[in-house]
Design a protein around this ligand. Structure first.
Ligand SMILES: C[S@@+](CC[C@H](N)C(=O)[O-])C[C@H]1O[C@@H](n2cnc3c(N)ncnc32)[C@H](O)[C@@H]1O
Length: 400
């Protein structure tokens, strides 16, 4: 959205409300309906786009989305509010003013300000910086936003950066898509880290798939974050922190954390009465062995993150299933066994066997009223299919 359109929208709160109403009542006919009421076509289109984005933004921002300003790309890249608020609370402990080097539409910066921190925001795109400014204004937060380059501005005692992981234009073949290569982030991660060297408190938000070689640094904490089982980001904490790996898991609005070295290996053994599937943040942080210890469990293969334990323990860090049967992984035999049990609805999970669940499902020709979960995996070199059912409701809310 260009800055003059943004200013026109800011000056017309009644048009913003009307666009949301018309979108609700007219759906696809909303644009002609607004134009018919005399709204300038370009402004009508911008107001409707904003109304659509506000609807989508509720998942990340809750009710404050109704008042905020977004671009599609800005919203896609934005941190979820609970994650930003939690990070801000951690920064607030160091009581230093924070510079956000790549503020985007301003989510993290708003969370810092809401946590009572003095903040300065930097953003290379003037249009995006204007949106961040508009968001601070509409939420009544005191934030200084300036257009600049993260690699050139002066730094304070505390620094946060969330480099862009989208490739746009020619590099991405015309479309915007995610980059998994930290050297292709904007700004490039290695330059950003060089720039941040020596800063007292710093954190960099990264894609959850980032390699451990980028995260394992002297005196740095490597954190992976999940919200309701979705691994949403990694965060590298630098300065004033003990070196460790952390999994931060948000379930139903409550945060749970576990830490470790990221290098421990769980013991291996046979399938037991319960199968646990660790949360993705625990797996990416390399904390499966620590979780195994908490659960009194072990893996079936040193590289596969399913755990087996003799008793059912409530944990926010894993889903649990009751093991019913352990069979060899032979599609033909499985077909007969599942037919005997009249299983018509089957969730297939797989790790370490290379099978394609959709293909296996086709081969199984499922029919019947019963429902089950089949986990295809390896026990050492043996390929097995484990038939499971939902674990008893020991504490459904904390087990998931
Ligand atoms: C991932 S987004 C930030 C999202 C933000 N943390 C939020 O949650 O709303 C990254 C932003 O960095 C900006 N950016 C890219 N290169 C930059 C640079 N060299 N200096 C400052 N900002 C930059 C992009 O324009 C983009 O808006």
């Amino acid at each position: 959205m260009d800055t003059s359109l943004l200013a026109a929208l800011q000056a017309a709160p009644q048009l913003q409300r009307r666009a949301a109403e018309v979108l609700e009542t007219e759906g696809d006919r909303a644009a002609p309906a607004l134009r018919k009421e005399g709204t300038d076509p370009e402004l009508a289109a911008a107001a409707l786009t904003l109304a659509v984005l506000r609807r989508q933004a509720r998942a990340k921002f809750g009710e404050r989305a109704e008042r905020m300003y977004f671009t599609r790309e800005g919203l896609e890249q934005a941190t979820r509010w609970p994650v930003a608020a939690r990070r801000a609370a951690r920064f607030a402990q160091c009581e230093a003013a924070v510079t956000d080097l790549c503020c985007g539409i301003g989510t993290d910066v708003l969370a810092f300000a809401e946590a009572g921190l003095a903040v300065e925001a930097v953003e290379t795109s003037p249009e995006t910086a204007a949106i961040a400014k508009a968001n601070a204004e509409v939420l009544g937060l005191d934030v200084r936003v300036r257009v600049g380059d993260a690699l050139e501005v002066g730094l304070g005692e505390a620094v946060f950066a969330d480099p862009a992981r989208r490739l746009g234009g020619a590099r991405a073949g015309g479309a915007s898509r995610r980059s998994f290569d930290p050297a292709a982030y904007s700004p490039p991660l290695d330059l950003l880290l060089q720039r941040m060297r020596g800063v007292r408190h710093a954190a960099v938000k990264l894609g959850p798939g980032i390699g451990h070689e980028w995260m394992d640094r002297e005196g740095a904490e490597a954190e992976w974050v999940s919200v309701d089982r979705d691994v949403v980001e990694a965060c590298l904490w630098l300065g004033g922190t003990a070196a460790c790996h952390r999994a931060s898991v948000c379930r139903d609005g409550v945060w749970h954390e576990m830490t470790g070295t990221g290098r421990a290996r769980a013991e291996t053994g046979e399938v037991a009465e319960y199968l646990y599937e660790p949360d993705g943040a625990v797996i990416r942080a390399g904390l499966v062995a620590e979780l195994a210890e908490q659960l009194g469990a072990h893996t079936g293969h040193e590289d596969i993150a399913y755990l087996y334990g003799g008793d059912l323990r409530a944990t926010p860090f894993a889903r649990a299933w009751k093991v019913e049967e352990v069979w060899p992984l032979h599609p033909k035999k499985l077909r007969g066994l599942l037919a005997e049990r009249k299983v018509g609805r089957l969730t297939i999970k797989q790790r370490g066997t290379g099978i394609v669940p959709a293909e296996l499902r086709r081969q199984l020709k499922l029919k019947g009223p019963n429902e089950a979960t089949l986990v295809a995996t390896r026990l050492g070199e043996r390929h097995v299919a484990i038939l499971c059912s939902e674990a008893p409701a020991l504490s459904r809310s904390s087990l998931g």
